[in-house]
Structures are given as structure tokens and as C-alpha cells.
Design a protein around this ligand. Structure first.
Ligand SMILES: [Zn+2]
Length: 217
């Protein structure tokens, strides 16, 4: 039986492969893994972005690729790549409130290659969206979300490294849930519910906690 050794790579047809490969090495921290010159001098340069390969080669009659997606571990790295690729190129939309990334930026570089750059903060599922919804409750129902929880949730959404702060988020959520209503006008209903508060803030905070479980916290 024959064996298959798959190798996936993107082919990048550009007018100046040498210049383009140098730009991508700088923007993406890529390394050159092969540099072949055809007898006619045409450069065929293979670069690797952390194991993802791109063959940068002359344009011929092919158009440069569209929608090459690169994810970065941090906003700083993503912004650096965006700034480099927009030099002589065209920056397009940037989005900072997508559910799947804290920064998404599109750019067509000076060689005509279109890149979709984003940050992968490692958070799984709906957690970011649910925390955003929790913070958003303040506008609709001022005071409903406990002050320390609201403050921490707002801070967490701005953190560059949200992943490491998941235990703190969990602590803030747990602390901000199911306030003790003893002696207040809500005591009776609260006791009837088994001391579980059914208000929108607590329901949403519990959703955050279940999204946290998906993230292994
Ligand atoms: Zn509540």
C-alpha cells in the first residue's frame, strides 16, 4: 500500500518573490526553508510560519492569493504584522469585538496578497461573548451586577492574556453570584428558590461559569 505524506502549503504568486519573502519573514517571524533559483533566475522561495509553509514564487499569469489567514498569539504581534504589511499596501477593516478574536485586521500588501490577520487568545466557546453580555447588563439594569464582578469582568475583557486570568475570572464570578439576601425584601423569594438568585445578572454569571468549564477552569 502506498503511503501518503501530506504537505499543505499556500502558493503565493507575486511580482517580486525575494522582496515578498523578506517582508513575510519580518512580519510573521517566518524562516526561509528553501531558496531555489530556476535556470532563468526565477526565485522559488519556501518560507515557514511556525510550520505552516508558503511558497513564494513569480507571478506568471496567476493572481496573488486572497484570504491568507494568519493567527498571532498576541495583539502586539498582530499589530506589528499589520503595520509592516500596510507599508506600500492597503489596510482594510480592523475589528476588535468579534466573538472569536480580540483583534482581526485585513490588509492587502504591496504585492497584492490579501491577509486576514487575527489574534488567537486560546479562549474556547462563547466565554468572551457571555462576559461581554454580563458587562452589557449594566447599561440596561444599573446596579444589577455586583460592583467587584462588573469591575473585574470589564478588566478581563481588556487583558492581552485572558487565558492565564481565567481562575481570577472564575473567582470574581463565584464571589459575585447569589448575594445573601437575608433580611432584605428579596429574602422570601430567594429562600423559595433554594438561595439561588434568578436575576439576569446571576443567570448570565452562571452561563459564564459553564463556559469556563469548557475552558477547563
Ligand atoms: Zn442575582
Amino acid at each position: 500500500m502506498s503511503r501518503i505524506y501530506p504537505r499543505f502549503y499556500t502558493m503565493c504568486h507575486v511580482s517580486d518573490p525575494i522582496g515578498a519573502a523578506a517582508l513575510y519573514c519580518e512580519a510573521f517571524g517566518a524562516v526561509v526553508t528553501d531558496d531555489t533559483r530556476l535556470p532563468n533566475g526565477d526565485p522559488y522561495i519556501s518560507i515557514s510560519i511556525n510550520g505552516a509553509d508558503i511558497l513564494v514564487r513569480p507571478g506568471d499569469n496567476h493572481a496573488p492569493p486572497k484570504d491568507c489567514c494568519v493567527q498571532f498569539a498576541s495583539v502586539a504581534d498582530c499589530t506589528k504584522a499589520y503595520d509592516l504589511l500596510t507599508q506600500g499596501g492597503t489596510g482594510e477593516e480592523t475589528i476588535t469585538d468579534a466573538h472569536w478574536t480580540s483583534l482581526m485586521a485585513q490588509v492587502t500588501d504591496k504585492y497584492g496578497v490579501h491577509w486576514l490577520l487575527s489574534v488567537n487568545d486560546g479562549i474556547k466557546g462563547n466565554l468572551v461573548l457571555t462576559v461581554r453580555r454580563l458587562v452589557g447588563l449594566e447599561a440596561e439594569h444599573p446596579g444589577l451586577v455586583s460592583r467587584p464582578l462588573l469591575a473585574y469582568a470589564e478588566k478581563w475583557l481588556t487583558l492581552e492574556d485572558k487565558l492565564s486570568a481565567l481562575p481570577e475570572l472564575k473567582a470574581a464570578l463565584t464571589e459575585g453570584l447569589d448575594v445573601d439576601f437575608t433580611g432584605t425584601r428579596w429574602e422570601k423569594g430567594w429562600l423559595a428558590n433554594g438561595k439561588v438568585c434568578k436575576c439576569e445578572a446571576c443567570v448570565t454569571a452562571r452561563e459564564c461559569l459553564s463556559d469556563l468549564e469548557l475552558n477547563g477552569v
